[in-house]
Every structure is written in C-alpha cells, then in structure tokens.
Design a binder for this molecule. Structure first.
Ligand code: ADP
Length: 514
C-alpha cells in the first residue's frame, strides 16, 4: 500500500474532527520529533504525521479513520525504544499513533498486580507506588524513560527476578486493526476479578500474540509486581581476561537453571562503564579499534575487569543468605579477579539501581561515547547457556568489531535456559566514514549468527525483514502463518506494516525480504 497524499490529507482532517486539533501533529517539526534520533538514517523511516488520542474510544475512532482512508498507523506507547527505532515506523510515511496520553494506573495491592495504560512510564509507576507506600518493586530497563507496557510488549528486560517483562504480562485490553475492542484471559468475562491473576483464561491464550507483533493495539496491560523483598544480597564480580567468559557462563548457568539466582545477570565488558561515564576522546585520538593500552587505562580508572557481572539473590534474609552461600560455593577456587559483596536489607536506604527497581536513565549516556550526534543499534542473538558457545560467539563478534573498526560493547544476559548476547554498535552520526561501515557490519553480524542457527530476540526497524529472513524453517513457515493471521485481522493492512517482518497483503511488495 503506497500512501496517497490526498488520502493522508483527508485522514488528517477526520482525525482533527474526531480527536481535536491539538491531537494531530503534521508539521515538518512534528515529523522530525517522532523520527528515530538514534538511527543511521532518519529519513528512511520518517513518519508522515502523528496523532495522540486521549482515551480508548478515541483510539478506536482513530483506527476506523485509518481504515477508511487506508493510512497505516504505527502504535507506540511512549516511543523511547532507542536502539530499535525509537518512535519511528518501519514504513516511511506511516502515521505514529502515540498513546502517551493514556496514563491510568490501577494497582491491586492485595494481589501485587497493576493494570497500566500505555502512556505510563517507569518513573510514573515508581512515583505512584512510592506516594502510596505500596510495598512493590518494579523491574526497569536501562532506559526507564520508556513505557511499562511498551517495553513489555517489545519483550524488554530488567534485572530483578521479574526482569523478563513480557513473561509478567497477565491480561490485555486490545483494539484490533478493525477498531473492535476485546480483553484477553479472564478479562474475556465481564467483571472478572481474575483478569490480572490467572494468565491462561479459557481456550487459547492470546497475550503473547500481541508482543512484537502488529495484530492489535494494546490499550491496557496487566502486569505482576514483585513484592518488596526483605533482602537483596550478592556480589559484583570482575574477571581479568576475555577467556574467563567461558567458565563464568558454566558456573552461573546451573545457579540460574536451579532458580538459586532468579534475576537475569548480565556479564558485560569494560566499555559498558566507560561509555556511560566518559567519552572516547577522553581516552584516545586514534580512530582505529581501541588498543590494549586504552583498555587497561579504562579498567584501571573504573577498577573493573575485562568482564563484570552482578549477581543478586532476593527474598527473606535467611533465604537470600542461603542462596548467596550457593553462589560462594560455586565460585570457590575459581580464578575471579575480584568479588565485591553487596548487601541491602529492608530499612537501609535504597540506592538508585536497576537491581532494586529504581528507574534509571543514565545508561542512555552511552550514545554520547563518540560525541557528535551519537546513536546506536542493538544486535542481540540468543544462544544456548554454554560457556564454549559463548566464548565462540564472543571471538567471532569481537573479530567483526575489529574488522569494521568499531568499539566492542557487549553483554551476555542469562535467561533460565539461554543467554542473549546483547551488543551495541555505538556510533557518531556526524562521522560519515564510520556510518558507511555500520550497515555492512550489522548485516555481517546477522549473517554470522544465522550461520550458527542463532536468531536475534529483537531488532531495529531497519532490519526487521533481514532478521525475519533468518527464521527460515519450512521455507519461512512462521512468516506465512504470521501473515495469514495478519490478513485475517487487518484486511486493509493499516496496522504497523513491516513490524517484525510481518507485512499485510496490501503492502507485502514493500517488504525487503529476500
Ligand atoms: P518504550 O517507550 O517503552 O521504549 P515503545 O512505545 O517505543 O516503548 O514501544 C516499543 C514497540 O512496541 C513499538 O515500536 C511498537 O512496535 C510496540 N508497541 C508499543 N506500544 C504498543 C501498544 N500499545 N500496542 C501495540 N504495540 C505496541
């Protein structure tokens, strides 16, 4: 579906009438405000306009207008999905459906659940809980500026035991691409007290179908909250050599599998600290890959290893202590560089940290590593939780960073059975030589992962078709199923064409699939 300027104009007039003049943004400045400010090329994904309904009825009205004029919408909650596209759509000219104004929060303090609307940010929910002295902790991503619902829907992660955000979802309210509204799980029964309590409902479960998809617009999202623990204990562990990754993965893996460590630790390299606290020019004038001397200087300044990992146990103090002893036993006699104990017990002041669910935004500073107009894209393949495979993955990726002259920024985040190798390609958008290498490097990384049958868990809007191509079982049978569902739910193809490589029949020709 190409976007006809006349149809867009007519749709904008209808949206103004339905939502109010101040809910429609279509100047050049407005479009730029919703562009992806971190991406190598903002123009390719420049939205055509943005609209911001104030409530669910207006979302439905806006969707019906989009159907009438065949204008694609790109729903965002708060649009802070930096590294993956920000607020911008896959398809150039699509209209951003900004849900920031939907901000209701409803906490069930007995059950420890919350029902949030998409505009609720992590800071909003944190303030809400604090002001009412409700004893629950959030799990926050590195950029807590974003939306609680939006992050869970894109399968974002945090660092407490509730850090797998999409796994905490319990019940959704969804506006379908045709404008109808429905509720998943127990919410399908009017007045059910169990909507946020029981995940499965009756018959097929639909919550996960709306994650990383373009099958509907989520207007309410239920989530389980972590009861405030009595204690958080752990160690910040430093490792001296790149090769330590292998045995460290094999040491942490059983602790994770057995549930002794219930949070998702993330083992990352020295650039993680340096890139948020300093800029590259403070360390070197050289353009090439950072040398051993610079790496050593960075490590000395921050008193860190080649790799660092933070392990935490949560719960009643004696249970957390027992789990901590298991960690100590697992690492006893292992060649760690340093193990710094960490201890928080209820009553102690809460330090602002992702481990205690306090929202943070400082990790965003890493976009400034190169100075200039900084940005980054994420590359995050999933692999088995095995040390030798992690080492192998590290070596191959590191070599590609060297080959393309980029600074290695990576972590290995432990799931319960897999690890996700989260890499960031940090760049300066004003450096044309560097920008000329980014796209080729990204494609080389994806190809390398695919050669080992590893897929990305999430990707940037520019690469959604590329990554969907790698999920190739049965001649892309998954994509065919997704698109059959897409066409059934969205006959006019108006909702987020291209999200996760899923294109409606009306615009499938625009896909960059191979
Ligand atoms: P955050 O602000 O937390 O980073 P975003 O609002 O940028 O989250 O959302 C991330 C992605 O998730 C969006 O690009 C969109 O594809 C999807 N998404 C976000 N909110 C919704 C929603 N309410 N309904 C459907 N999809 C959504």
């Amino acid at each position: 579906m190409t976007i006809s300027p006349a149809a867009l104009k007519a749709a904008l007039a209808d949206w103004r009438a339905a939502l109010g003049r101040d809910a429609v943004f279509d100047t050049a400045d407005d479009r730029a405000a919703y562009a992806d400010h971190y991406s190598p090329d903002e123009a390719t994904h420049m939205p055509g306009a943005a609209i911001a309904p104030a409530n669910t009825a207006q979302v439905q009205a806006a969707v019906r207008i989009a159907n009438r004029h065949r204008i694609p919408l790109w729903p965002i909650s708060r649009g802070k999905n930096f590294g993956y596209g920000g607020a911008a759509p896959v398809q150039k000219g699509a209209v951003v459906l900004d849900l920031t104004r939907l901000k209701a929060i409803s906490v069930d303090a007995d059950a420890g659940t919350v029902l949030v609307e998409p505009g609720v940010g992590f800071f909003d929910l944190y303030d809400h809980l604090q002001q009412r002295r409700l004893p629950f902790w959030l799990s926050v991503p590195g950029n807590s500026w974003g939306s609680v619902a939006g992050n869970a829907l894109d399968r974002g992660v945090g660092y407490t035991p509730y850090g797998d955000h999409s796994a905490q979802i319990c019940g959704l309210e969804v506006v379908l691409p045709t404008g109808e509204i429905f509720r998943t799980g127990m919410g399908a029964m009017a007045g059910s007290p169990n909507w946020q309590l029981y995940r499965n409902g009756y018959g097929p479960g639909w919550d996960q179908m709306f994650c990383q998809s373009n099958f509907g617009i989520v207007t309410k999202l239920g989530l389980w909250l972590m009861p405030e623990p009595e204690a958080v204990l752990g160690y910040d562990i430093e490792f001296d050599k790149p090769e330590d990754l292998g045995w460290a993965v094999d040491t942490i893996a059983p602790l994770r599998r057995e549930g002794i460590i219930r949070q998702s630790p993330s083992m990352g390299n020295w650039l993680r600290s340096a890139a948020v606290m300093t800029t590259r020019s403070q360390w070197t004038d050289s353009k090439g890959p950072l040398g051993e001397d610079v790496i050593t200087a960075i490590r000395r300044k921050f008193d860190i290893g080649w790799w660092s990992v933070q392990l935490r146990t949560y719960g009643p103090l004696d249970m957390a202590e027992a789990a901590l002893r298991q960690i100590e036993r697992a690492f006893a006699g292992k060649p760690v560089l340093k193990m710094k104990p960490k201890r928080w017990v209820k009553g102690d002041g809460l330090e602002g940290s992702p481990f205690s669910g306090v929202p943070v935004s400082f990790p965003l500073a890493n976009a400034n590593w190169h100075g200039g107009r900084g940005g980054h894209v994420g590359y995050s393949p999933v692999l088995p939780m095995k040390g030798d495979l992690a080492m192998d993955q590290f070596r191959r990726t590191y070599a590609l960073y060297q080959q393309y002259g980029m600074d290695y920024h990576a972590s290995f985040a432990f799931g319960e059975r897999s690890i996700t190798n989260v890499n960031q390609l940090l760049f300066d958008r004003d450096d044309s030589a560097m920008m000329g290498r980014v796209d080729a490097m990204f494609r080389a990384l994806v190809a390398d992962a695919q050669a080992h049958h590893y897929g990305e868990y999430r990707t940037h809007i520019e690469y959604m078709d590329l990554v969907a191509d790698t999920y190739d079982y049965g001649g892309h049978a998954l994509r065919r199923l997704n698109e059959r569902v897409k066409d059934a739910l969205d006959p006019n193809g108006i909702l987020a064409p291209g999200k996760s490589g899923i294109w409606p029949a009306t615009s499938r020709a625009q896909s960059k699939r191979k």
